[in-house]
Ligand binder design. Structure first.
Ligand SMILES: Nc1ncnc2c1ncn2[C@@H]1O[C@H](COP(=O)(O)OP(=O)(O)OP(=O)(O)O)[C@@H](O)[C@H]1O
Ligand SMILES: C[C@H](N)[C@H](N)CCCCCC(=O)O
Ligand SMILES: [Mg+2]
Length: 202
């Protein structure tokens, strides 16, 4: 069983959510495409407390913090969907995308195509800034058009009841969790939200 964590944009909170999921499910973590440093794998390692989670090496570790298709070009590599094979594990696997769904891997494929290839259930991270309703509903449309299975939405940032209501109304997808804007993100923060998330995933 694996979950693919996507977001409505880059910096939407996918790495934080992935750490929370790994902690809640004692799941493994995999960031198949990393563009630039720090590695999200290192961030997740620093945020989890459980000892069962294993972190699997990236399929592509690119030097430049940019869209993967552009970062790959700079490094002189071509990203191929054929190179995304599930790491060997019996554990639940949390896979983190890069940026949003339609971030290009090359001139043909998008980040979200990795999720389809790996038969993942999608978890969508939607942060709540002015303009995010549009970004979220466009993302939902892209997921629906591709007939990808969506487990639910995690809202990240200062809560906005009307934004959340209209997004849930249009998608019909479940809300899995709300994460507040935190002063500091620590292992304790992650443990706190992991405890909450456990019940909505049960
Ligand atoms: N709820 C929150 N409260 C405070 N800071 C947050 C919160 N969510 C995310 N952040 C911070 O915002 C930044 C971006 O979050 P994160 O790295 O999880 O985004 P991302 O979606 O994984 O980005 P990328 O596309 O690069 O993988 C990080 O510094 C993170 O610690
Ligand atoms: C470098 C960054 N942190 C992400 N890993 C990649 C974000 C790509 C965004 C591309 C875009 O939508 O314009
Ligand atoms: Mg990330």
């Amino acid at each position: 069983m694996n979950y693919f964590v996507t977001g409505i944009d880059t910096d939407s909170g996918k790495t934080l959510v992935s750490a929370i999921l790994c902690e809640a499910l004692e799941a493994d973590y995999w960031k198949p495409v990393q563009a630039g440093l720090p590695r999200d794998s290192d961030t997740v390692k620093g945020l989890i407390s459980n000892t069962a989670t294993r972190i699997h090496p990236e399929a592509y570790l690119l030097q430049t913090p940019a869209s993967p298709h552009a970062a790959a070009k700079i490094d002189g590599v071509e990203i191929s969907l054929d190179n995304f094979r599930l790491p060997e594990t019996m554990n639940t696997l949390i896979i983190e995308g890069a940026g949003g769904c339609l971030v290009p891997l090359n001139d043909r494929d998008f980040v979200i195509d990795i999720a389809r290839r790996l038969h993942s259930q999608i978890i969508l991270v939607a942060d709540l800034y002015l303009g995010s309703i549009n970004h979220t509903l466009l993302t939902c449309e892209a997921l629906t058009n591709r007939k990808l299975p969506v487990k639910g939405i995690i809202f990240n940032g200062d809560t906005n009841a009307e934004s959340e209501r209209i997004i849930l109304h249009h998608t019909g997808w479940p809300r899995l969790l709300n994460i507040s804007k935190e002063k500091n993100i620590t292992r304790e923060t992650v443990r706190h939200y992991a405890h909450q998330l456990k019940s909505s995933l049960a």
